[in-house]
Design a protein around this ligand. Structure first.
Ligand SMILES: [Zn+2]
Ligand SMILES: [Zn+2]
Ligand SMILES: [Zn+2]
Length: 186
C-alpha cells in the first residue's frame, strides 16, 4: 500500500499566493492592449498608481459587458479579494472609468464612455438580460437639441429602455394561452 503525506504550512500557502500574484502581474504587463495602455496613462495622470488589482478589474470589465458586482468579484478571484475589488470600483467611479447600468433595483458595471464606445441598453425586466442598442446619430443629436432647448450644455447622458426580451415575451405568451386554455376547460 502506498500512502502519500502532503503537508501544508501557512508560509508555503503565502508563497503560492505571492507567486500567483506575480504571474498575474507579469501576464497582464506582457499583454497590454491599446485600451490598457490608455488606462495606465489615465491612472498615472490622475495621480494613482497602477496595481495588479486595478489592472485585472479593468481587463475583466473590458471583456465582460455589463457585469454584476458578484460576478466581477468571482472572475477576479483568487488574485484579487472581494474588498480590494470593491475599493477599486469605488476609485473607478470617482475617476469616471466605470459606469453603473441600472437593472431593476440592482445595477451592473461597465467601462465608461472614456474607455468604450458610447451606447445605450435594453434591459429585460423578467430575466435581467441587458443588450446594447445600435448607435443612432438621430437619437444623439435629439438629446443634445433637447438640452440646448432648455439652455443646457449636454455633457453626458444615460438612456435605459426596460421591457421584455423576445424569449420572455414568448414564455409569457405561452403561459397566457395555457391559462386561457385552463380557464376554458374548467
Ligand atoms: Zn428576458
Ligand atoms: Zn453597455
Ligand atoms: Zn447617447
Amino acid at each position: 500500500m502506498l500512502s502519500v503525506m502532503i503537508s501544508f504550512n501557512y508560509q508555503s500557502l503565502q508563497n503560492l499566493s505571492n507567486y500567483c500574484k506575480t504571474v498575474a502581474i507579469s501576464c497582464y504587463n506582457h499583454d497590454m492592449s491599446p485600451k490598457s495602455n490608455q488606462f495606465a496613462d489615465y491612472l498615472r495622470k490622475s495621480g494613482n498608481s497602477i496595481t495588479a488589482t486595478r489592472q485585472i478589474v479593468f481587463e475583466t470589465l473590458s471583456k465582460n459587458h455589463p457585469i454584476g458586482m458578484a460576478e466581477l468579484v468571482k472572475l477576479c478571484s483568487p488574485v484579487c479579494d472581494r474588498a480590494s475589488v470593491y475599493r477599486t470600483i469605488t476609485l473607478f467611479e470617482e475617476l469616471d472609468i466605470v459606469t453603473k447600468v441600472n437593472s431593476g433595483w440592482k445595477y451592473k458595471l461597465e467601462l465608461s464612455d472614456r474607455f468604450s464606445d458610447h451606447h445605450h441598453h435594453l434591459t429585460c425586466t423578467n430575466c435581467g438580460k441587458i443588450v446594447p442598442i445600435n448607435h443612432s446619430e438621430e437619437l444623439e443629436s435629439l438629446i443634445v437639441k433637447l438640452a440646448s432647448n432648455a439652455s443646457f450644455t449636454s455633457e453626458k447622458h444615460q438612456l435605459e429602455i426596460h421591457g421584455l426580451c423576445s424569449a420572455c415575451q414568448q414564455v409569457l405568451r405561452r403561459d397566457l394561452s395555457t391559462s386561457a386554455l385552463i380557464k376554458h376547460t374548467v
